[in-house]
Every structure is written in structure tokens, then in C-alpha cells.
Design a protein around this ligand. Sequence first.
Ligand code: 8YV
Length: 316
Amino acid sequence: MTDTRVDVLVWGALNPSLMANLEQHYRIHNRAEITDVASWGREHGYKISAVVTSGVLGTEIEVLERLPNLKVVCSFGVGYDAIDVAYLGDRGIALSNTPDVLNNAVAETAMALMLCLTRRISEAERFVRAGQWPTGKFPLGRQLTAKTCGIVGLGKIGKTIARRAAAFDMNIAYYRRGQAYPGVDYTHYDDLKALARAADYLVVIVPGGADTQHLIDASVLQALGAEGYLVNVARGSVVDEQALVAALQAGQIAGAALDVFENEPHVPQALMTMDNVVLAPHIGSGTQETRQAMADLVFANLRQFFEDGTLITPVQ
Ligand code: 8YV
């Protein structure tokens, strides 16, 4: 019997449930197993009509160039800064991502990081585990109540964070170039440094990419000030990591909670030993419920594309 399944190139180790679903319905090739791209491309490249990747893994033009019949890229994640959208557009290749299904999980991560920072939870746990409790009192934290949460990027996830921060009785402010969002009551700043000055917690949730590269630079950190905390649940590229390390070393800001880094999975050594820094390994969307919803949406996009040529959540 001839195998009529469509050939799909998968970019590395994706979510296990998604992989199982893909393997059941498609003939899978895995980028992680290809050592010689040129010879693999000559033998198999023409067969591939779909690529499945993630917002973190992205794609490589060198490989895409060898897929003349590629029609669609389905990505696991809302951010697609690691994918060359213009290149796909020029070739008429469709692209989907997984928006909305992860808003709650990422917002919960932002709240968890804020709480962890301000109540010194990681530090407190290290204190208990090290057997230090009997030897003295743990230093006091600060509360979120009545503090200002300054959100950089009031998109869908930003708004979800804002609602949760408001439930903690925080004042909500946000940065947007130009006009305020119509119908949004939160305090608007069209100057990022002014927001940083006003904020006790500066929460970064803008898309990554060239437009936001090092948006949070030394001057923004200086504006945030010695009492201010930085929380990044967006992309490592948005924060100038060297400037952040310098600001922390100089006591220019109070602390930072980081879920994303410029060179993941590598974290600057200087951050590892700082007690006022909370570090997480890019777990923003990392709940069982959300990752399942993301996996299902990636698969549903792919299926629908091969059924009728459309995507459920197209980027383009
Ligand atoms: C990752 C994310 O995609 O949605 C995004 O943009 O950064 C995450 O959800 C996910 O961790 C897959 O690796």
C-alpha cells in the first residue's frame, strides 16, 4: 500500500503530545537529526510541504531554501521573532502561531515572579533549606498592595497581567508610543522612561524582534531606580542584559525577575549569585493545561491548512 501521508519537517524537540499527534498523521522528518543539510535537502527537501517549529526554536533560511514545495509553517508559541516572516511572505508560505491560549499562564508567571521578588520567596527558601532559620530572622520583604505595576506592552497578555495586578490592589500604568488605548482606564505613558520612573515593578511583555531590541536599556533601568524591580516575561532581546547586570551590581535597581534571556539557555554568571534576582528557565507558558492547548492549536492549524488551505490563527 502506498503511503500517502504528507511529509512534515519538525524543528527539534517539540511538545510530546504534539509530536505523538504529528507522528500518527504525517511522515515526520526531524531537523535535529539532519547533520548534512545539503545532502538531506537533495534527497528529501522537495517532499516537505509543512514545517512545525516553536517560537523559541524558529527556523533557518539555509534549510527553508531547500524546501521548494513548502506551503506552511506552524509554530508552537505566540512569539515568532525567531522566524523570518518577511522571507516566508515573499515565498507565499503561510504561518500560524498560538495566540490567546497562553495569556493566563504567562500572566500567572508574571504575578508569580513579582510575588517571588517582592516577598523574597526564593531567597527565603534557600534560607530555610540551608538550616539558617534557627540562627536568625529572615529580612522583611515588601508588598504589592498600592504599588505601581508599569506594563511595557499592553497587548492581550499585558491586559491579562494588568487585571491580575489590579486584583492585588496595585495601580496599573502602561507604556504605548503615541495615543492611549481608547477605552482603557489604566494610566498611559507615551514615554518609557517616565513609566519606569513611576513604576515600582516594570513588567516587560512586548513582542521580541528588531523593533524592541534593547528597549529596556541603561537609561530605562536608571529611571526605574533603586526602589524599582524589573520583571521580564517577554524575550531576552528586549532587555540589554549587560546593562541590567551593571545596574544590579551598582544597586541602581532593587532587583529583577527574569524568565527569558538574551542567549538562552545560558544565563549570565553574574546573575547566578545575586539574592535580589529571581531566575526561571523560560516557563512563561509552561503549564500542563496551556502547553496542551498550544499543542492542540498547532495540530489543528496544520490539519485545517491541508483540508482547506486556511489557518485558524494565521500570522500571515
Ligand atoms: C515558547 C513562548 O514558545 O509563546 C511564546 O512566545 O515564548 C513560549 O510559549 C514555548 O516555551 C515553546 O518553546
